[in-house]
Design a protein around this ligand. Structure first.
Ligand SMILES: [Zn+2]
Length: 87
């Protein structure tokens, strides 16, 4: 599975936007669900130097690799073996 590219942040929590908690940032990002989630992302520091920041996901919903729907794994997919996603 390809690594997912991270896009621009959609939103950040209050502590992150106000820089009151310096131990970690909580950022909402859009990802391509058909690709593997990255465990590091490239960021720029205050000197405009790129570095790799480790990522921790609070929650990763199950996603079916067969139909790409969220909420269940492919072993529970009702579309496996069917030629169409229509029932
Ligand atoms: Zn499925």
């Amino acid at each position: 599975m390809k690594k997912c590219s991270v896009k621009f942040p959609i939103n950040v929590d209050g502590a992150t936007s106000e820089l009151v908690r310096i131990s970690f940032a909580r950022v909402y990002i859009e990802v391509d669900a058909s690709k593997e989630l990255p465990n590091k992302v490239p960021l720029m520091n205050e000197r405009n130097e790129e570095f790799q920041q480790a990522v921790i996901y609070e929650y990763v919903p199950p996603v079916c690799k067969h139909c790409s729907l969220f909420g269940y794994l492919d072993k529970h997919c009702r579309f496996v073996g069917k030629t169409s996603f229509k029932e």
